[in-house]
Design a protein around this ligand. Structure first.
Ligand code: HEC
Ligand code: HEC
Length: 243
């Protein structure tokens, strides 16, 4: 369950990460200045563990082995984290954050995922799903023609996991941004979706790999799971040529 109280912590976390970046900058700048002022190669000293100077001021050991093990750990960690990127593995194109698994339903996935991505129930409120299921013969120019039993099962799944449940952060925000008297039939017409995609350049939408704004999977590798995590976003290249 996504809690709006987490918002404050998110802001704090963001501020802390900027402070951390500033510290990294000053730390590196310090190394450069120190090296220049004292004419000693600090970077080399970090690698070799040796510095010219008085033997009495030296430390007994530079703990090479510990250093080597820590370095190896960092390299191994980086390789593990970026393995999808390095191997280009289609099974795990992004790593490691895939988010929690959301509720799934076989009937919904096969009936609502045959023409387009099976849009996860969390992306619209119940009244929108109800309106979509009620007008099956006029589904964006297509007729769905599901029988009563299938319709009931699919609708129950949509209802149980709709945006109102706040199962994900986008679910919570999609629901909050829709006026109470509005029943959007498209996710891409919700205020939250529009706001979030305002910054996407026109040229990106023109990329043939995207095709439609509703082709969420072109940019969100976890669209099928419904999680829409930041870490699973990959923008396709610009298509500079206007068509
Ligand atoms: C026969 C093909 C077909 C099936 C099956 C189908 N749809 Fe669609 N759906 C479409 C088309 C076509 C569009 C319009 C796509 C576009 O404009 O890019 C659409 C669009 C949508 C949209 C709007 C997406 C957006 O934000 O623009 C939703 C929501 C949706 N469908 C839900 C469903 C659900 C729920 C089911 C299962 C009950 C379903 N669809 C089954 C053809 C289908
Ligand atoms: C052309 C690429 C593209 C397509 C297609 C696309 N998105 Fe996005 N989406 C983005 C980008 C880029 C962002 C990040 C915007 C930002 O955070 O500034 C984003 C952000 C989001 C977010 C917010 C994620 C977060 O945590 O900040 C959600 C939710 C989302 N998209 C859902 C969708 C859905 C649902 C669809 C399909 C109906 C879709 N997107 C289609 C590119 C795309």
């Amino acid at each position: 369950m996504y809690l709006p109280t987490g918002e404050a912590f998110k802001t704090l976390h963001e501020a802390l990460s900027w402070i951390m970046l500033a510290m990294v900058f000053f730390h590196v700048a310090g190394v450069v200045v120190e090296s220049r002022v004292h004419h000693e190669n600090l970077v080399m000293a970090m690698i070799t563990g040796r510095k010219p100077g008085d033997a009495a001021e030296g430390i007994p050991s530079s703990h090479r082995w510990i250093g080597a093990i820590l370095t190896l750990g960092v390299v191994a960690g980086a390789l593990w984290f970026f393995q999808g990127k390095l191997t280009g593995s289609p099974a795990r194109p992004y790593l490691p954050f895939v988010g929690k698994a959301l509720p799934d339903n076989k009937t919904w996935r096969s009936e609502c995922g045959s023409c387009h991505l099976a849009y996860h129930p969390t992306l619209l409120p119940v009244r929108s799903w109800k309106a979509l299921m009620d007008r099956q013969d006029d589904h964006f120019g297509e007729a769905l023609g599901l029988d009563a039993t299938v319709t009931a099962e699919v609708f129950k799944f949509l209802q149980d996991n709709s945006a109102e449940t706040g199962l994900t952060e986008p679910a919570h925000k999609i629901n909050r941004f829709i006026p109470k008297d509005a029943t959007p039939l498209r996710i891409i017409e919700t205020g939250y979706w529009i706001e979030k995609h305002r910054g996407v350049a026109e040229g990106v939408w023109r990329n043939p790999k995207v095709g439609s704004k509703a082709n969420c999977g072109a940019c969100h590798l976890d669209a099928g799971r419904g999680t829409f995590e930041d870490a699973a976003m990959r923008l396709p290249k610009w298509n500079r040529r206007p068509d």
